[in-house]
Design a protein around this ligand. Structure first.
Ligand code: HEM
Length: 398
């Protein structure tokens, strides 16, 4: 029924289902709780967006961007923060959605063009948030119940979600300020909620459960990169202490289809491209060169990281041997089928110049395990694990 108002408004709500007056009486559905959880989610999603975008830039660098080789712990930190912040967001997002879901049945559903935009932005905001957290968790658990490629889909969803979040923050800034201002009543206690007959969970209790859940999830997973927590991180997909030669492995030689080629007697490393003397080197040739030893981190895009002691030939020494300019850029190619995911990676001149950027032949005092890249793998400071190319067969200088 209308009261003669035109446009968006129809003032009398249908008296059915969730539209009934008093359909949602729990005091937990409060603007103040929504605002507190919203701010926490806003901070968490911004941190995830910035660290995720950085990881994207490192792996797909535009011409103006050079990720430095030092400090060697930086990518481990930023990607560890990305994954653990995403995981900690899960209870915050669920609590927020539960707090605000009665708002989906407010009447009239649309009040103005601005209100229409605000509400339309909820689709990418809620859908994008759920998609990002679901695909992120699936990916670190190596569980892919979808047929699309994870990195581009997760990256595109991040842009959509952050755009919708900006619209949402703009729309809710006033309500948030008001709800958190000193004029607004204090968060009530369990007694108030109990009085209203909605159980004993107070707003403080709900917030405590959401933030406590976030902290518990963080502790239960952060040990995959914060080593002292490894023994209590029971939900961490990876234990940084477990794997061949004491280090985890994501992609095995058999899953990459390189076992025969990597163990063949005829394996040789070629150094070619912009060089004065192209080289073809056996594993013995490499072992007889001056080897460098360094503690370096495998920092996986999945958020786990682990340090090993590596021995190998600095890439810059190979360039010198081939008569290439020391300020060259280099592509490292593996035995994997060209075009396969992470079959090659690029080193910019700053990374080549670092003496710890090397083609490793040993890990923790023994020849490389085949799943760590036997006969030779790239290892360099401050690089994502997917760029530490394994089963190397070629160095192409440009
Ligand atoms: C991933 C992040 C976020 C998600 C998924 C999310 C989701 C939602 C949804 C679905 C609603 C109900 C919309 C409506 O019909 O009014 C809502 C309301 C609200 N949000 Fe957010 N939000 C997020 C971040 C934020 C941030 C950063 C703030 C603070 C600036 C915020 C403050 C609010 C407020 C005050 C309300 C109104 C609650 C009410 O009137 O009952 N939200 N949010």
């Amino acid at each position: 029924m209308s009261h003669g108002r035109s446009g968006w408004e129809r003032t009398v709500p249908p008296r059915v289902g969730p539209f009934r007056e008093g359909a949602f009486r729990s005091p937990l559905h409060s603007v103040r709780v929504a605002a507190v959880l919203g701010i926490a989610l806003g901070v968490a999603f911004t941190v995830c967006f910035v660290t995720g975008f950085l990881s994207h830039l490192i792996q797909h660098p535009p011409s103006f961007f050079e990720w430095p080789a030092r400090p060697d712990w930086l990518y481990r930190l930023t990607q560890g923060i990305h994954v653990s912040t995403g995981i900690a967001s899960i209870p915050l997002l669920l609590a927020k959605l539960w707090t605000v879901y009665p708002r989906f049945w407010t009447w009239p559903p649309l009040r103005s063009a601005a209100h229409l935009i605000e509400r339309l932005a909820l689709l990418p905001l809620v859908g994008g948030s759920l998609f990002l957290l679901f695909t992120g968790v699936g990916s670190i658990a190596r569980w892919f119940p979808w047929s699309f490629s994870f990195p581009p889909a997760h990256y595109a969803a991040a842009w959509v979600t952050i755009g919708a979040l900006i619209v949402h923050v703009g729309a809710k800034a006033g309500a948030t300020r008001l709800a958190l201002s000193s004029r607004s009543p204090e968060l009530d206690t369990g007694a108030v909620a109990a009085e209203r007959g909605w159980g004993s969970l107070s707003r403080r209790g709900l917030l405590g459960a959401a933030f406590g859940g976030a902290a518990a999830l963080w502790l239960a997973t952060a040990g995959q990169t914060v080593r002292p927590l490894a023994s209590i991180s029971v939900l961490a997909p990876r234990d940084p202490r477990v794997g061949p030669q004491g280090l985890p492995v994501n992609k095995t030689a058999s899953s990459a289809g390189v076992v025969d080629a990597a163990t063949a007697d005829g394996w040789r490393l070629t150094v070619e491209g912009s060089v004065a003397t192209p080289l073809t080197l056996s594993l013995e040739d490499l072992r007889s060169m001056r080897l460098r030893e360094a503690d370096l981190v495998i920092a996986c895009v999945d958020g786990w990281s682990a340090t090993g002691r590596w021995r190998g030939v600095p890439v810059r020494d190979l360039l010198a041997l081939a008569g290439a300019s020391p300020s060259s850029a280099v592509t490292i190619e593996s035995l994997q089928r060209p075009g396969a995911a992470y079959a090659s990676s690029d080193l910019h001149p700053g990374q080549v110049a670092d003496p710890d950027t090397m083609l490793a032949v040993e890990l923790n005092g023994a020849p490389l395990h085949i799943d760590h890249g036997f006969p030779v793998r790239l290892i360099g400071p401050n690089r994502p694990g997917v760029q530490q190319t394994k089963w190397v067969a070629g160095v192409v200088v440009s």
